[in-house]
Design a protein around this ligand. Structure first.
Ligand SMILES: [Zn+2]
Length: 603
């Protein structure tokens, strides 16, 4: 016997064989049993869920001369001819290719000829929504006064495109997507009958890819089985370009553990194994969706996943908050929409996932405020300050970073940008000694020493307000600075050529930071300030570079023999927009203080 594709070979022949649409087959069987046959049925639902199959079974059952209960016998002449598509009483019309008014008029002519005694004339119109308006109107005339013996069965995937006038004359049945578990069970029956060896869990993986369409699942099984050998999870993954489920579990774990390094490793592994970037994101969203169900429903009982995955969902759900799952999903859904128009989809995915990992876990600001208030309330009157003691540790942990960062961002450029012209124009100002000291310190290639820091902090007292003045320096001043560049630092060309190595060096120390740097464009070098351009979508990457520029500047020093200050700017439509810090939404002083105290970030 010639090879037949599974979907065709296993097409249901009885109502009871239709998978996952019991609510429909039960009603139809009742109608046949009781002889209450409608004149027009409308079967709607997604593709591949059994609409046309059900229409054919109904047609066979209506005309069968030896019906077995409500099911067709499969033996009589009528059943056989319908199965072979040679019956004169059952006409299958494809709405997509016969959608003109002439086609329907022809149909109306045909309808007038009565079926042979005791049988029905049945018209199955597939994709009925494809009919033209004129064709619908012509059809309507037939539907208004259909001859006794005629039954119309319409099938459509887009019921919203079918005119109300048609809908109101039909008995409507909504086919549903078939649950993954049910599809997997059905595939197991097929595999057993066809003697296909199957690894546990592989069929579920296949079924989940079919997204509720049994026909798709059967085609996928054919595809994987023809690969030869056992149908294993690995083979399914390979053939369909799926990402291993384990990897997703690990990835969500890595994000939750705030481990950007592991996140990047896992993305690399997935891509190396041939995963499609969009498919990868899709799969991750799917897993998060299941996880959210587990969180909200308090267990995996209602989850439509492979049995072996249940315990893993349970484990993961224990220490991850529903808010975090939601946040990840939201971020990934935004990302998925972005990916289609992105020229660097992989980069986008890496940024988004690292962002999620770095964001940490969500803490309810309301709870934080309560905790703060409780701390303040615990100490009456002037005791307030000492009561802040317990809350101090997080602040103490965080402060050193602020101090270390501030001098290098604010004070140093001031020395380098502002001072030179001053020093050249009026050498008798009282400031020169510090410049000498500081320049010496820099030539020794040492980071700002601890001893120096207090002074630096003092200098940096009002850097933010002074910076605009720096930016608006007259050209002569920046020209002077430029000549200094050439004197004791690398040229822009040097930096451009060495940039790849520098990013590599950063990667060894901080992989995620290197990722953010790699998305930047080198814009220019002026007065030892290296301008990095980021696209508007990469605000987060820019913020991370600005936040961690100390370590990059350190590597610049080793690489170019000169500490360069990095400054990230957003490039919008070609022009650069000086950003530094966009006006923060969290201007409320209390929220601000909560965020400061706990090193938080509004999301
Ligand atoms: Zn029959």
């Amino acid at each position: 016997m010639a090879y037949q594709v599974t979907a065709r070979k296993w097409r249901p022949r009885q109502f009871d064989e239709v998978v996952g649409q019991d609510h429909i087959t039960a009603t139809l069987k009742n109608a046949i049993d009781s002889g209450r046959v409608a004149q027009c049925y409308l079967l709607c639902g997604p593709r591949g869920v059994g609409k046309t199959t059900t229409a054919r079974i109904l047609a066979k059952a209506l005309n069968c001369s030896a019906r077995q209960g409500s099911n067709p016998c499969e033996e009589c002449d009528s059943c056989k001819s319908i199965a072979a598509s040679t019956s004169m009483n059952v006409l299958e019309i494809d709405g997509a290719s016969n959608n003109s008014v002439e086609d329907i008029r022809e149909l109306r002519e045909v309808v007038r000829y009565a079926a042979t005694e005791g049988t029905y004339k049945i018209y199955i119109i597939d994709e009925v929504h494809m009919l033209s308006t004129a064709a619908f109107n012509a059809l309507l005339k037939t539907l208004e006064e259909p001859p006794e013996h005629v039954v119309f069965i319409f099938a459509t995937t887009e019921v919203q495109s079918v005119p109300d006038t048609i809908l109101s004359r039909c008995q409507r049945f909504n086919f549903r997507r078939i649950p993954t578990g049910q599809i997997a069970d059905h595939l197991a029956v097929i595999a057993k009958a066809e003697q296909i060896e199957v690894e546990e869990g592989a069929l579920h993986l296949l079924a989940s890819r079919a997204d509720g369409a049994l026909r798709d699942a059967e085609s996928l099984l054919d595809q994987v089985a023809s690969f030869g050998g056992e149908v294993s999870k690995q083979v399914v993954g390979q053939v369909l370009g799926l990402v291993d489920r384990d990897l997703y579990f690990e990835l969500v774990g890595a994000i939750h553990d705030a481990s950007p390094e592991r996140v990047l490793d896992l993305v690399t592994r997935a891509i190396d194994e041939g995963a499609d970037v969009e498919e990868f994101v899709h799969g991750l969203v799917e897993l998060l969706r299941h996880l959210l169900f587990v969180k909200v429903q308090g267990g995996t009982d209602k989850l439509d996943v492979a049995a072996e995955d249940r315990s893993r969902y349970d484990e993961l759900a224990v220490d991850i908050a529903a808010e975090d799952v939601l946040r990840m999903m939201q971020s990934l859904l935004d990302l998925a929409a972005d990916l289609r128009r992105s020229v660097q989809p992989r980069f986008r995915v890496e940024i988004a996932l690292v962002h999620l990992a770095l964001m940490g876990r969500s803490v309810d600001v309301g709870q934080l405020l309560q905790r703060l208030q409780a701390l303040e309330g615990a100490a009456p009157g002037g005791q307030g300050r000492s009561a802040a003691g317990p809350a101090a540790p997080p602040a103490v942990v965080e402060r050193p970073r602020v101090e270390r960062q501030e001098p290098s961002i604010a004070q140093k450029p001031r020395v380098q940008q502002e001072r030179p012209p001053v020093a050249e124009k009026s050498p008798m100002q009282e400031e020169p000694p510090p410049i000498g000291e500081r320049a010496a310190a820099q030539k020794q290639a040492s980071p700002p020493s601890v001893a120096e820091r207090p002074a630096a902090v003092a200098h940096a007292a009002a850097p933010a307000t002074e910076r605009p003045a720096v930016a608006n320096q007259p050209p002569s001043a920046s020209g002077a600075a430029q000549s200094r560049d050439n004197a004791d630092g690398p040229s822009f060309e040097d930096v451009r050529q060495g940039w790849g190595d520098l990013v590599q060096a950063v990667r060894d120390a901080k992989p995620s930071l290197a990722l953010f740097l790699s998305g930047a464009t080198l814009l220019g070098l002026e007065a030892h300030v290296l301008k990095l351009g980021f696209s508007a979508d990469d605000r987060f990457a820019m913020a991370q570079v600005n936040k961690n520029r100390d370590s990059v500047e350190e590597i610049c020093l080793q690489k170019f023999g000169r500490r360069l200050r990095l400054e990230g700017v957003i490039q919008e439509g070609g022009e650069t927009v000086a950003k530094e810090k966009a006006p923060p939404p969290q201007s409320d002083p209390t929220v601000r203080s909560v965020l400061d105290t706990f090193d938080g970030e509004l999301v």
